[in-house]
Design a protein around this ligand. Structure first.
Ligand SMILES: CC(C)(COP(=O)(O)OP(=O)(O)OC[C@H]1O[C@@H](n2cnc3c(N)ncnc32)[C@H](O)[C@@H]1OP(=O)(O)O)[C@@H](O)C(=O)NCCC(=O)NCCS
Length: 433
């Protein structure tokens, strides 16, 4: 399809605002990302807005460029044929501990240049750099589940779409401890990050949010288009002390969609009461008989709190957050473990970033990890992608053993690992990036 003789140069650079050096390259990169995800072409104002947000997040933009001229009339060599973005945020690794993590985003390759190893080049370069910079973890969300395992990523949290019937059937047995009141969604510009931060510290698998979120959930910006979203509404939950400890941002789907439906843009609750009471509020909205949410937790308390759990119609769970351990010792020592014990792990790494045999010793929940010489019979043999999936308890190691992804050297070792790696509540990630 494309010219096989083309060579590419990989460039890494920072976002830049209008009038500053590097703006043209950053703006071309933004347009290339929109193209890669089949979004509408960005207006200049939307590009500028996006770059401002990227600066807040201290993103690094990576592009692959043709080294020679482009064919006549085609996009020029200043427009990247492939894009790759990164930023650093924290990952909750259980029991309130946060681990600095390199997030990979905006991965696109222009069609005539695909399957020539551009993703591979950018990914290997970035993961090696992150490791060199001392990071123990990388993360991404995947458009297709078949792409990233080969680079050592493993699915580590799931989510599901739900449709909740809020007609007379909906009865939630919960005596409210607080109150809910409607607010101007713009208050979320300030409140959303504060409330999210509380939830982030409580939720294993949570990723710190980037600047786009507070703008998006407050209706100040849309994924596409220049303006904000005037359809967005917000309600706040006030706890018994009068402080705001949860919010829901939502929009009406229109009178032509039956049953009349409200879709949740974001629901963030820092207490159990706030979660249930925000649902009570949503269910009480007049003229609406259905609430939908695309990012619901798989282990959702809602159906268990309802008199009729079948009010919640849930999709098949989808993989959401993918993790990639870059440094086995650091990643394991960053965690607090649920059970003490010793495990000898033989870890294979398709990129050779960190493989070997590691002795994990946990005492009082604290881990020490030592690399041991090969030749010891390991308790568990697995690749880095499987270890990354086990890391926050997303999958039971016994299940991965049955799938052939873990080889158990000592009988019962997978069950022991499950008890050790368990986190205090099911992992869930509310942040798409
Ligand atoms: C997915 C995408 C980035 C791949 O880029 P690419 O440059 O063609 O990938 P590479 O040539 O570096 O391929 C690397 C490896 O991944 C495999 N691969 C790439 N895309 C794949 C896909 N969609 N499904 C399965 N395997 C895939 C290749 O076969 C290759 O395997 P190998 O190295 O083991 O032989 C590109 O197809 C794309 O832009 N897709 C649309 C946007 C998108 O989905 N982005 C991902 C967002 S999370």
């Amino acid at each position: 399809m494309g010219d096989p003789g083309v060579d590419y140069e990989i460039r890494r650079f920072e976002p830049a605002t209008k009038g500053s050096p590097g703006y043209a390259a950053a703006a071309a990169w933004m347009q290339a990302v929109a193209f890669g995800f089949h979004d509408e072409r960005r207006t200049d104002a939307r590009v500028d807005r996006g770059l401002e947000m990227h600066l807040v997040d201290r993103r690094i933009l990576t592009g692959a460029y043709r080294t020679g001229p482009a064919p006549a009339h085609a996009l020029g060599p200043d427009v990247p044929v492939a894009t790759f973005g990164t930023m650093d945020k924290t990952l909750n690794v259980g029991f309130g501990r946060l681990l600095e993590t390199r997030l990979v985003t905006a991965v696109t390759v222009r069609t005539p240049h695909r399957r020539r190893g551009l993703l591979r080049r950018m990914m290997i370069g970035e993961l090696a750099l992150a490791q060199e910079q001392g990071l123990a973890m990388a993360a991404l969300t995947a458009s297709e589940a078949s792409i990233y395992g080969r680079f050592g990523f493993g699915a580590a949290t799931s989510e599901q779409s739900i449709k909740v019937d809020t007609s007379a059937r909906f009865a939630l047995d919960h005596a409210p401890m607080g109150t809910v009141e409607v607010a101007d969604p713009k208050v979320l510009l300030e409140l959303a990050p504060q409330i999210f931060e509380r939830v982030h510290r409580l939720t294993p698998g949570s990723i710190g949010r980037h600047e786009f979120y507070r703008q998006f959930v407050s209706g100040s910006v849309r994924r596409e288009g220049e303006d904000g979203d005037p359809k967005v509404r917000a309600a706040l939950h006030y706890g018994p002390d009068g402080g705001v400890d949860g919010y829901v941002s939502y929009r009406f789907c229109g009178w032509d969609k039956e049953p009349y439906t409200m879709e949740i843009v974001d629901l963030v609750a820092a207490t159990r009461d706030a979660y249930l009471e925000l649902w009570q509020y949503l269910a009480a909205i007049d003229l609406v008989e259905r609430i939908t949410w695309e990012e619901a937790p798989v282990d959702d308390p809602l159906p268990w709190a309802l008199a009729d759990s079948r009010c919640v119609d849930a999709s098949t769970p989808r993989d959401m957050l993918w993790l990639r351990i870059l440094d086995v010792g650091k990643a394991l020592e960053a965690r607090k473990f649920s059970a003490d014990g010793r495990l000898l792990l033989k870890v294979a790494d398709p990129l050779g970033l960190d493989d070997g045999t590691f002795e994990l010793n946990v005492q009082g929940g604290e881990a020490t990890v030592e690399r041991v010489s090969p030749g010891h019979e390991a308790d568990l043999e697995l690749d880095i992608s499987a270890l990354s999936s086990v890391y926050l308890g997303a999958v039971h190691p016994v299940t991965l053993t049955a799938a052939g992804r873990i080889r158990e050297g000592a009988p019962g070792a997978a069950a022991r690992a499950a008890a050790m790696f368990a986190v205090e509540r099911p992992a869930h990630c509310l942040t798409h990036f």
